[in-house]
Write a protein that binds this ligand. Structure first.
Ligand SMILES: [Zn+2]
Length: 375
């Protein structure tokens, strides 16, 4: 009896040791696993990506790379492809839903990692996804390395370049300004108010586009019949400018400000009855195409001289308007770009920073908008 007990005890002991060993191994493995997860997490990888990195045995690879958002996205994605691992590392991350599957497709078509970076940088998820389905094309670097290039305009760049033979930067700029389209044909329609809105012969304000903070210009500054309304901040900037001008002996006035879509419709109809369609087509802004509907533009007048361009106020404005955030919107030297004959009196408020840039670089608001504000 004694012996048997001892045997049992020995057998149980053995089992316990094995069990203990198993538990120890599990604890060690789990400890190891969670240490690595935490390490990867502190390098900027999500828990999900970290888990896949470990299961795919890429821990040391990733640790050597360090933080890399594209790599993180790749390991988070079901579309991860091991053969593209080195490429993921070199491609600049973009926050796009189909990023990894699009990268895989583009690499498969034979685009270099630099080209893939440009393609996804200059497109959004939708345009990249469409582009990734196409056969490989040329001139990616030529066009898409221009800062403000858009992937969605790629075919138009190629067509415009073939026709006009301008350099890539000019091509991208002009196509983004819709110079490859006829005036007033298929314009972009804008219906939400925005201080920086660009209106021209390719960009139309809808009848729903209504300024949100109109004020009436002080009657002392009005050279017109009736009230003139304008956005509040434009009025404030104008008063400051007019005060500064008056210290130099100038008397700045306003002859026109906000005109609603409906106002412009009425103007068009009046001229149509008086002078006919041909006149209207050539000289009257169609409803939605007048910058006055933005309430960010003023027609400036001189109190004493009727033809503004002959006044001292005109010269003063040419030198000083930008300091108060105003730009001459349709300058003489830029008729090809604005599509408008020079209007010496028509000023647009864009704020001091933009006005200064436009003045210093001798560009139009159309160009500035495409280069810096359009997305
Ligand atoms: Zn005007």
């Amino acid at each position: 009896m004694k012996k048997k007990k001892l045997k049992l005890r020995k057998g149980a002991q053995k089992k316990l040791i094995i069990l203990g060993a198993i538990i120890l191994v599990i604890v060690l493995i789990l400890g190891f696993y969670f240490t690595r997860i935490n390490e990867l997490h502190s390098l900027g990888y999500s828990k999900e990506a970290a888990k896949n990195i470990i299961f795919k045995f890429k821990y040391s690879y990733v640790r050597d790379i360090g933080e890399n958002k594209t790599l993180n996205a790749a390991f988070e994605s079901n579309n991860y492809e091991e053969k593209n691992l080195d490429s993921y590392v070199k491609i600049n991350y973009q926050n796009q839903k189909h990023l990894i599957s699009n990268i895989n497709k583009l690499l498969k078509k034979g685009y270099s990692v630099d080209e893939v970076s440009l393609i996804i940088d200059k497109g959004d998820d939708e345009s990249v996804t469409l582009f990734a389905k196409r056969d490989k094309v040329k001139y990616i670097e030529e066009f898409l390395s221009v800062d403000y290039a858009k992937l969605a305009n790629y075919d138009r760049y190629v067509a415009y370049k073939e026709k006009e033979n301008d350099d890539a930067e000019t091509t991208v700029l002009y196509v983004n300004m819709d110079f490859d389209k006829e005036d007033y044909v298929d314009p972009l329609v804008i219906d939400e108010f925005d201080d920086y809105v660009l209106v021209n012969k390719h960009r139309q304000l809808s009848s729903l586009y209504v300024p949100d903070d109109l004020v009436t210009i002080d009657a002392d500054y009005v050279k017109a019949d009736g009230d003139i309304e304008i956005e509040r901040n434009v009025a404030q900037a104008f008063y400051k400018m007019a005060e500064a001008a008056s210290e130099d002996g100038m008397e700045l006035m306003v002859s026109s400000g906000y005109r609603s879509y409906k106002d412009q419709e009425e103007v068009t109809n009046t001229y149509l009855e008086l002078y006919g369609q041909n006149y209207v087509d050539n000289y009257v802004a169609k409803p939605g195409f007048s910058e006055h509907q933005t309430a960010m533009s003023l027609d400036i007048a001189s109190k004493s001289v009727d033809t503004f361009v002959n006044s001292d106020e005109y010269s003063w404005m040419m030198d000083n308007a930008y300091k108060y955030g105003f730009i001459l919107r349709y300058p003489k030297s830029k008729e090809d770009i604005t599509g408008y004959k020079c209007e010496a009196w028509h000023y647009r408020y864009v704020g001091k920073k933009i006005a200064k840039y436009i003045k210093e670089h001798n560009i139009t608001y159309d160009e500035y908008y495409v280069m810096f504000l359009d997305d």
